[in-house]
Design a protein around this ligand. Structure first.
Ligand SMILES: Nc1ncnc2c1ncn2[C@@H]1O[C@H](COP(=O)(O)OP(=O)(O)OP(=O)(O)O)[C@@H](O)[C@H]1O
Ligand SMILES: [Mg+2]
Length: 282
């Protein structure tokens, strides 16, 4: 059995090596082979089957945005060949720490600013964050506001604390939306503004408000897609990759080329500098 471990696109070589070591220590090494794959690449391998024939044409580019709990990872591919389907990387993966848990962090901060650290004990926060977890999945600025049940000691009407939708949008959601849109626009310009579709995957990638905000913020004509089962795109893509290593026919898509993350060179000629170089070698 082979083991495929997924890693965020922005991880350093050191972090990847550490992950491989950890997988090995956890018992996934030895007889079994460990393979690493970047998360947006895995997501792209799975997602490609959800792209319409108009996007799946040679030369067409699409951006995969994997928005999860901690990070948002992005990468852009071009269709290199249609039969059999081959993609090539157009950009290096980019990303940032603006995943869904950053909404929770802002929400927590908002509560503490409203009623102080003393009131928001860990136990109360756990309950409030639980309510927020369900609320955020269907958040819409035009929807019902979030109302939390609070202690009578706060003296609020009917012991309820309602967070105004404007606060929810401006203080909690919009700063995160801005960061994600910025990352998407950066990828689009790295791909010379020639992206046909942005594919949102990952748990946060399923969010309707995120889709609406991305759609209005990017260049017109670029489609914004949320494929079915986008939450599990990374793990399913990892399986496709693992199978493809055994039997190319089992993987419906292959990666024709990747963008080199590093290059190495040796200096052959240097201008003579008496303070640095040996006189006899000049
Ligand atoms: N509809 C939604 N709207 C906003 N957030 C959501 C939604 N559905 C799930 N989430 C959040 O998505 C996260 C889980 O998504 P996912 O499984 O992609 O993350 P992950 O892969 O564990 O994180 P990372 O990729 O950062 O390591 C959780 O933080 C969850 O609260
Ligand atoms: Mg993830």
């Amino acid at each position: 059995m082979d083991v495929v471990v997924t890693v965020p696109a922005i991880w350093s070589n050191n972090a990847k090596q550490e992950t491989e070591n950890a997988a090995s220590l956890a018992g996934f090494g030895g007889e079994k082979k460990i393979k690493l794959i970047s998360e947006p690449e895995a997501a792209a391998l799975y997602t490609v089957k959800y792209l319409s024939p108009s996007v799946l044409q040679t030369g067409r580019r699409f951006l995969v945005c994997d928005a999860g709990g901690g990070t948002v990872d992005l990468i852009t591919y071009e269709v290199a060949k249609v039969q059999p389907l081959q993609m090539r990387e157009v950009t290096e993966g980019t990303g940032g720490k603006c995943g869904s848990s950053m909404l929770n962090m802002r929400f927590r901060r908002y509560l503490k600013q409203a009623h102080g650290d003393k009131y928001w004990t860990d136990e109360r926060l756990v309950i409030a964050l639980n309510d927020f977890e369900s609320f955020k999945k269907d958040f819409s600025p035009r929807g019902e506001p979030l109302t939390l049940k609070v202690d009578p000691s706060l003296g609020l009407r009917r012991n309820r604390f309602t967070i105004p939708q404007d606060d929810m949008r401006i203080k909690i959601w919009d700063p995160i939306m801005k960061d994600i849109i910025c990352l998407i626009n950066e990828q689009i310009s790295m791909a010379d503004d020639e992206v046909a579709a942005v594919v949102l995957v990952g748990g946060f990638g399923q969010n309707r408000y995120l889709k609406a905000r991305v759609r209005e913020a990017i260049i017109p004509g670029v489609r914004v897609l949320q494929p079915e089962n986008g939450v599990t795109a990374v793990v399913k893509g990892a399986v496709i990759y693992g199978l493809g290593n055994y039997q190319p026919a089992m993987a419906p898509v292959g990666i024709a080329s990747r963008v080199a993350r590093r290059s190495y060179g040796t200096c052959l000629l240097a201008r003579y500098d008496p303070s640095k170089h040996d006189r006899n070698e000049a």
